[in-house]
Design a protein around this ligand. Structure first.
Ligand code: MG
Length: 382
């Protein structure tokens, strides 16, 4: 990429080394890298397929054009691979991490995550989608004869829990093997920003499609759109507003990606290898100061005008009620759970097992279950 210094090759996670080790040792594949195999395992998992039925933002309004968590994940993967390639990072590892980044999300988007966390807190537990994703790949996906879970490499498991936040070793002794005192490799660091680039642009798009936002409001509130739209309109005065808006969103996305690549390369100047990436003590993947301000402005606009609008709030309240009702029903009578979960609840405690069961559901499945609860047997999802 012109003007961008690709990082030294030693900054990328190597295909062979401690980070490509698996919990249960397996022979190398003759022509696929360990991280390519991980990406394949995630892509072929049941949890990945369920992303098609999970909300990204809109729980109530149906449109074939809104992003689901699956299409969002594919957009994040495309962006993350672009950034990884431009910086000279490990693309296969980046792809695996991007494909996995949302598989721990429960139904109803962030409203569902909040609702599950609230009910679990009454029992001294928490719900966290990163940790849930780790449980999915370690325990709940069962497709292999020789081991439980997907037996992913250490780099992918570390990236799954660390792509969007850090965990303290004191609070999470069970995560000790994941280098909690160090930032993750750059491949994991860029996932969070690729996620943000994907949803900022997509949510503006879907917000207009849902007729909650107007292009005029966005032009007034989001500089990253207006700075492209105004000159485009001057150049193409007869072009329909919707098309000018789409072209501007595309340019906004490109500007964010360009900035992320350039600023991350700048921040990593002088960093020679992966040990030094981990030794910096803060994350090197970043936007420039100017772009960071513009990103915050766009995000704030979306909070004020979309995520917290009455229409979405009603959907969130309904989501919380559905999750709360089913959780209470099964806590009161765990025998109503599917047999495999009922047995597990007796062994491991009902709250966590019920939360795991709910977290795996799609929006459609949990709504159906909520409608039929009390009237029909609860189907087994295992
Ligand atoms: Mg995401």
């Amino acid at each position: 990429m012109p003007g961008i210094d690709v990082l030294p090759a030693a900054c990328a996670v190597p295909d062979q080394g401690p980070l490509s080790q698996r919990q249960y040792p397996e022979p190398d594949h003759p022509y696929r890298t360990p991280f390519q195999r991980d990406a394949g395992r995630i892509l072929h998992s049941r949890a990945f397929r369920r992303l098609a039925g999970k909300t990204q933002v809109f729980t109530e309004r149906a449109s074939d054009h809104f992003r689901s968590r699956l299409t969002h994940t594919l957009e994040v993967t495309q962006i993350a691979r672009t950034v990884a390639r431009a910086l000279g990072l490990n693309e296969d590892l980046t792809e695996a991490l991007a494909l996995a980044h949302d598989i721990g999300h429960p139904p109803f988007g962030h409203a569902g995550e909040r609702a599950l966390d609230e009910v679990l807190q009454r029992y001294g537990l928490r719900f966290d989608h990163n940790l849930h994703a780790l449980r999915i790949v370690e325990y709940f996906e069962n497709r292999h004869l020789e081991f439980r879970g997907l037996n992913l490499t250490l780099a992918v498991r570390e990236g799954i829990i660390k792509h969007s936040r850090d965990y303290s070793a004191a609070e999470h002794p069970e995560l000790a093997e994941y280098f909690l005192s160090q930032p993750p490799p750059l491949e994991a660091q860029i996932i969070d920003w690729a996620d943000e680039i994907a949803y900022l642009t997509a949510d503006l798009d879907d917000g207009v499609e849902a007729e909650i936002l107007t292009v005029q409001e966005i032009r007034r509130g989001v500089t990253l759109v207006e700075r492209h739209l105004a000159p485009l309109q001057a150049e193409h005065p007869a072009a329909p507003e919707k098309l000018l808006f789409q072209e501007s969103l595309k340019r906004m996305l490109n500007a964010l990606v360009d900035d992320l690549i350039a600023e991350t390369a700048r921040q990593a100047k002088g960093v020679a290898n992966l040990e030094e990436v981990r030794g910096v003590q803060h994350r090197l993947a970043a936007f420039s100061r100017e772009m960071e301000q513009l990103r915050r402005q766009a995000k704030e606009f979306l909070y004020q005008n979309l995520y917290l609008c009455d229409d979405l709030r009603r959907g969130h309240q309904r989501a919380a009620a559905v999750i709360g009702d089913l959780f209470a029903l099964w806590m009161a009578d765990p025998c109503r759970l599917p047999p495999s979960y009922a047995e597990q609840a007796a062994r491991e405690g009902a709250p966590r097992v019920i939360a795991d069961y709910i977290a795996g559901m799609t929006d459609h499945f949990i709504l159906e279950l909520h409608r039929s609860e009390g009237k029909a047997a609860v189907p087994d999802r295992n």
